[in-house]
Design a protein around this ligand. Structure first.
Ligand code: PLP
Length: 447
């Protein structure tokens, strides 16, 4: 198992967080700004909790990925992993930047198509695809299906044959390399549920050529998420290259290698994954194969583009060694700290807070779970009731993982672009929480 990252050094200071997050600045009167827009102005108008996403940051990071690949002389399609943030506005923007989509469900396929991403620029990944999802994907003429098991290959062949279509497929292989990331986000170990065991892949690939309704074009791999160094990528790609040579020697053509996603970002004090280094790893291991290449980034382009704004409900200090700061946002909005022990930066919105002395604080949400904790022993300036904060790096795996646990309506979402901002998701109303619920008439009568 991959171990949880262990931090032995001190947390970054507020100034250090600002330094590693250049999209955030502090204006002496307006306070914390994202891409030049005052976050307090957004919170005044929309309220909290509220997700804010900077389109400029997202566009710049996507362009950097694109440039990194082309500067390395690589022909690489980029398929954004929709699960990181599936808002229609985001998918529309991503399509405009020339990215395709990597999807893991029929719902994501429908969203990507609705956002105008062409079907032939969509790749379908995921360990369990239903008949209905496969029919939907194949009838739309989806670009590629990454097959995760022998059983799924048979199902795709049957469904495509029934529809009178040919499904373009790759086999997703599990290279059994340790991405050295958190156990809940590692996917490339033999013990994980993902992909086809490496030792079975060549035979299954040969078998695929004998099946009707499928057109095998190559291999895919995805070893995990929040990967910060190139060593695990190189190890995985070397194994895929070995596989390509093996199946070619057996007389089967390979024209595509899908290199997956997983590039990590700086949440705390990590040196973030570099697209240029990823391009180097791809080039070194796969550059000579004469195949069409693809990557599937989710977290890297969009994670740092987002913040979650919240207000302090109260500071519970009496009788405590370390006070609890109770926020109006909770694990039902940002699940990552309770699910992955994730560390998220916390910055105040008020300008004066940046020059005040800091002291140790636990930061929690109001949900009735001990796991509803954002930070322990965090050094923060004084934050009284109704003071506002921003939780950083919430653009990926943030709003998409929200629930309405504790009857907490889904938070509003705002997009910042060119110094302007716009609500892209209204805050859900309390009535909307139960609009699809039915009280059976015999119960209604009894009351
Ligand atoms: C989740 C996922 C990705 C994206 O991972 P990131 O760490 O967000 O880049 C890419 N490909 C597949 C198959 C995935 O499941």
């Amino acid at each position: 198992m991959a171990e949880t990252p262990v931090y032995t050094d001190a947390d970054p200071t507020l100034a250090e967080l600002l330094h590693t997050h250049p999209q955030l600045t502090v204006d002496p009167t307006c306070g914390l700004m994202l891409e030049g827009v005052a976050l307090n102005a957004i919170a005044d108008s929309v309220g909290t909790p509220c997700w804010v996403l900077g389109a400029g940051t997202l566009r710049a990071r996507m362009q950097r990925m694109h440039t990194a690949m082309s500067n390395a002389g690589l022909d690489v399609s980029i398929h954004y992993a929709v699960k990181a943030n599936d808002h229609l506005a985001i998918l529309t923007l991503i399509g405009q930047e020339g990215f395709g989509a990597d999807i893991v469900s029929g719902g994501e396929l429908a969203r990507a198509l609705k956002a105008g991403i062409p079907a032939d620029h969509i790749v379908f990944s995921g360990v369990g695809k239903t008949d209905a999802e496969l029919e939907q994907a194949i009838s739309h003429g989806i670009g590629q299906i990454n097959v995760e098991s022998a059983e799924e290959l048979e199902a795709i062949s049957a469904i495509a044959s029934k529809l009178g279509k040919q499904a373009t497929i790759t086999l997703r292989v599990n290279p059994d390399v340790d991405a050295k990331t958190h156990a809940k986000i590692t996917t490339g170990l033999a013990a994980n549920k993902f992909g086809i065991p490496f030792q079975d892949a060549a035979a299954l690939y040969a078998h695929a050529f004998t099946l009707p309704g499928v057109r095998p074009v190559g291999f895919a791999t995805h070893i995990g998420s929040q990967i910060l160094t190139t060593a695990p990528y190189r190890a995985a790609y070397a194994r895929v290259a070995e596989l390509v040579h093996t199946v070619r020697a057996a007389g089967n053509a390979v024209s595509v290698v899908d290199c997956g996603g997983g590039l990590g970002i700086c949440y705390r004090n990590e040196t973030e994954g570099q697209p240029e280094a990823l391009a180097g790893a791809i080039k070194a291991e796969l550059g000579g194969l004469g195949v069409k290449l693809a990557i599937e980034p989710g977290r890297w382009p969009i994670g740092p583009a987002g913040v979650l704004l919240s207000s302090v409900i109260l500071r519970k200090a009496q009788g405590m060694d370390v006070p609890f700061l109770v926020l109006d946002t909770a694990m039902n909005e940002l699940l990552r700290p309770s699910m992955y022990d994730a560390w998220h930066g916390i910055l105040p919105l008020a300008p004066q807070a940046f020059s005040q002395p800091v002291s140790l604080t636990h930061v929690v949400g109001p949900v009735c779970e001990s796991g509803d904790t954002f930070a322990r022993d965090r050094l923060l300036p004084p934050l009284a009731r109704n003071a506002r904060i921003a939780l950083l790096d919430t653009g990926a795996y943030g709003a998409v993982m929200s629930s309405t646990y504790n009857s907490r309506p889904l938070a509003a979402e705002v997009l910042v672009e060119d110094g302007q901002w716009q609500v892209i998701r209204q805050r859900q109303s309390v009535e909307e929480l139960w609009q699809d619920e039915t009280v059976p008439s015999h119960l209604a009568k009894a009351t």
